[in-house]
Design a protein around this ligand. Structure first.
Ligand code: NAG
Ligand code: NAG
Ligand code: NAG
Ligand code: NAG
Ligand code: NAG
Length: 587
């Protein structure tokens, strides 16, 4: 977990977006709103582009692991719409500790280190009556009494303002609390006075840690020692990765639920989702499904127990199948409500890297060059590294994509694992995008008409542009796209029409049709691209969100389009709310 910090630094250096890249992308095409621009594909495994991308990603993993002598690798990717992963790769090396698994597969259990934090934060969100805005002292008032170094005065530098530290600030690493308690040089081999650290003979360091054969730190050791450690920032100043902060969240869980942390996680997350290969602390020794690297007994981190509160920051174990089930459950709102999930899948704070934002406790990458239209796509990840185990859990909500990357051994390492998440996205996401386009071509593209009012709309899916292109839109004989400037101009003096490019984007709102029956109503919104390429580049698509829902007539908006969709997913008609006209699909 000490490595997690380094991992974050590496991640931040690996910037996926560049400001010039964004501007360039936008200047070449339309600016869609942030979020999905078409529904995610429902049958990606059957799509030829996805199948080709799977082959190429498999090739790159074969090449990566070809020389691995003692490291296991498991990578799998699935769509939440399908039961089985459309990509699976498992590598068993020639050498390993043979006391557990002998063949790596989707049920092999790995340590996941800091990805544990995801379960802890989810656990806090599931506590009855607890809000992420609550100060941590509402549940643990005793934090105010943490002991400082003898003789230190109480001030902003020596003492965190615990009453201002909220649960959410801890979850998103904005509490300013320092990183670690247990991971400590004083516990590591080495003569640190040679490097100028003071000897302090009468002043021992912690005699706990859970690693290097030390017992785990107890809660009383946390209260005894953590106050000696200065905060990095005041709350909400900036971000600093805090393992101890997450440990404190596990104490909140115990205080509120009255259960041990492990039991609470078992009862609220693991049992309800059927995650039988996920363990908050060391799996029972008869499980025998762990991959254990071949090392010396002292460096065998499979067995290290981080103890009562620190496990919540780094002590968990899981399998590929359980990771995929967890990701699917998250995106299907199995534990949280849909709004809670959507809020969770949002950044809370920026970092010093333009391409990396943080959530609770997501590490969110924004890529602007994975789809042909160059729009921003957000990738929600959590990484974890401890000695010998490196992993990444990766969600792309816009595509319903869940990726699990688990490794053990020293040949992979955190940099390779980070690259695997990026490689999975780069190989597979463009193919998912194409699969989504192919499905939308079948379900939505075509001509819709209402002869009684002389109205038509034609929708097309093009290779590169986002969403559905509105190639033709006539209502009551009037060309809508040619008159966009007139609708948007409130002075009522109509000018000669200039065709303004228009696209439809899904909004994610759905309802049963009012007439009952198998049809479903699905909301879309039109967006007209009014800027010249140069203006778009200068504004960096920043105004798109403010341009939606702007042209209103008798309470209905010009851009409001509701599709009625049959059981087969194909649209049967469009309700143009802004015109009070209903079109039926003619082909
Ligand atoms: C492969 O791993 C084993 C066990 O760790 C080690 O003894 C051996 O030297 C390694 N071989 C190579 C070629 O690295
Ligand atoms: C550590 O290094 C210092 C300075 O070189 C030396 O005085 C001391 O004896 C060393 N301590 C141990 C335990 O080796
Ligand atoms: C193999 O793993 C088991 C379980 O962690 C451990 O007890 C044993 O010491 C390990 N063997 C070696 C040689 O490290
Ligand atoms: C996206 O940008 C990265 C970093 O500049 C580059 O390595 C990669 O090749 C680009 N990918 C595409 C598809 O353009
Ligand atoms: C329907 O609208 C089109 C396009 O404006 C126009 O050319 C045509 O004459 C109209 N037909 C009727 C029957 O009004």
């Amino acid at each position: 977990m000490r490595l997690s910090k380094r991992r974050l630094a590496a991640a931040a250096a690996f910037t996926w977006t560049t400001l010039s890249g964004v501007a360039l992308a936008v200047s070449l095409g339309p600016c869609p709103p942030l979020g999905p621009v078409l529904p995610a594909p429902v049958r990606p495994s059957a799509d030829p582009d996805v199948q080709a991308a799977v082959k190429s990603f498999e090739g790159s993993l074969n090449a990566l692991t070809a020389g691995y002598n003692a490291s296991a690798v498991s990578v799998a990717v699935k769509s939440i719409q399908e039961d089985e992963p459309f990509f699976s790769f498992h590598y068993t090396p020639p050498h390993f500790n043979t006391s557990d698994t002998h063949k790596v597969d989707a049920d092999t259990v790995y340590r996941i280190a800091s990805i544990s934090k995801l379960y802890t934060v989810l656990g806090v969100m599931l506590l009855d009556g607890v809000r992420m805005d609550d100060p941590v002292t509402k549940y643990l008032p005793q934090l105010r009494n943490l002991r400082r170094e003898p003789g230190e005065p109480v001030n902003e530098i020596t003492t965190p303002d615990w009453d201002e530290i909220t649960l959410g600030s801890i979850a998103s690493h904005q509490s300013g609390l320092g990183s670690d308690l247990a991971l400590e040089l004083a516990n590591s081999p080495g003569n640190w006075t040679e490097l100028g650290r003071p000897a302090l003979p009468g002043d021992p360091g912690p005699d706990c840690g859970g690693t290097l054969l030390l017992p785990p730190c107890t809660t009383s050791e946390l209260y005894r020692d953590f106050g000696k450690h200065h905060s990095v920032y005041g709350p909400f100043t900036s971000v600093v990765y805090s393992n101890v902060g997450i440990g404190i969240l596990s104490l909140v869980i115990e205080a509120v639920s009255g259960k041990s942390f492990d039991d609470y996680i078992q009862d609220t997350i693991l049992d309800p989702l059927g995650l039988t290969s996920t363990f908050p602390s060391r799996p029972p020794s008869d499980t025998k499904r762990g991959f254990i690297p071949d090392t010396t007994p002292e460096m065998n981190w499979w067995d290290y127990d981080f103890g009562p509160w620190f496990s919540s920051a780094g002590g968990f174990y899981t399998s590929t199948n359980d990771f995929l089930t967890l990701g699917t459950a998250i995106l299907f709102n199995k534990l949280l409500t849909p709004s809670q999930t959507r809020k969770w899948m949002k950044p809370q704070i920026a970092t010093s890297s333009a391409g990396l934002l943080l959530g609770e406790p997501w590490e969110i990458f924004r890529a602007d060059n994975v789809t042909a239209d160059g729009r921003l796509v957000e990738i929600y990840t959590k990484t974890g590294d401890i000695w010998g185990y490196d992993a990444t859990f990766c969600l792309v909500p816009d595509y319903g994509m869940v990726a699990s990357i688990l490794t053990a051994g020293f040949e992979a390492g955190s940099a390779a694992v980070f690259r695997l998440c990026s490689d999975a996205v780069r190989h597979l996401l463009p193919a998912l995008e194409k699969a989504g386009k192919a499905e939308a071509r079948a379900t939505m593209a075509g001509t819709y008409a209402d002869p009684a009012t002389n109205s038509t709309m034609t929708l097309a899916v093009d290779e590169t542009g986002p969403g559905l292109r509105v190639t033709d839109w006539v209502v009551r004989g009037v060309d809508v796209n040619a008159n966009y400037a007139n609708y948007a101009n409130m002075d009522g003096r109509f000018v000669e029409g200039v065709d303004t490019p228009c696209r439809l984007y899904p909004r994610g709102l759905k309802a049963g049709s009012s007439g009952g029956g198998p049809q479903q109503l699905v909301s879309w919104r039109a967006h007209w691209d009014t800027g010249t390429p140069q203006q778009n580049a200068e504004l960096d698509s920043g105004y798109v969100w403010a341009e939606l829902d702007r042209v209103i007539y008798k309470f209905n908006t010009l851009d409001d389009v509701v599709a009625s969709v049959g059981e087969d997913g194909a649209a049967r008609g469009l309700d143009l709310r802004g015109f009070r006209v209903q079109l039926r699909r003619v082909h």
